[in-house]
Design a protein around this ligand. Sequence first.
Ligand code: SAH
Length: 229
Amino acid sequence: MATPGAGRGTSGIGMTSDRTRARMVERLRGEGIRDEVVLSAMNAVPRHIFVDEALAIRAYDDSPLPIGNGQTISQPWIVARMSELARNGRDLDGVLEIGTGCGYQTAVLAQIAKTVYTVERIVALVNKARRHLQALKIRNVRLAHADGSTDLGEDLRVDAIIVAAGATHVPAPLLRYLKPGGRLVLPLARSDDGERGVQKLTVIEMAPAGPREQVFDTVRFVPLLPGLA
Ligand code: SAH
């Protein structure tokens, strides 16, 4: 794995969680996740570090869990699926994540990309994610308290962007951060999609002829919201 420091700091957790995590990875395989780079990243990151102690026993279930401030940690399948769609079999130099939450997906992305830029609008979660990433000695992450639905005012160029909150339209300012061939992966609810809180996993690829859209699985995400909190 290319990431210095990733995967360390996990000693003392014991075989139980290692085995449970290996079972989670086998389940993901059974659910159609094919990218071995993503599967080994999922195997490397201890998910129980990212949830409250009382919930740790459920950390490897395939379900979202509360992380405070009305937000949730995405279920493992979603994290794997978005990572697989972002990678699309390529080596990733830079990745931008919108919606750090507790930092779990950030930590997974840190295994598969050289540098991860991640922004979160809720300051309490920024601090929580920072603690989790430090505990795992993950050092290739740049974390910021920012609203990722607007211009981040940065000179970023990344291979992929993952939006971890449900959008009602493609946040246009983000597209200019993508390199040619780069991919934006986001849960997108078009107004005719019906039920509230349901989106389709959508990929916008910066193809030579212009942005190309592909629609994948039906998903449920907390909403992408404007402003800082
Ligand atoms: N990636 C997380 C999932 C986080 S849930 C994981 O690994 O589980 C989605 C997160 O997006 C929430 O923490 C929410 O506060 C954040 N969010 C919503 N709108 C945002 C915005 N405009 N900019 C940055 N973060 C946002």
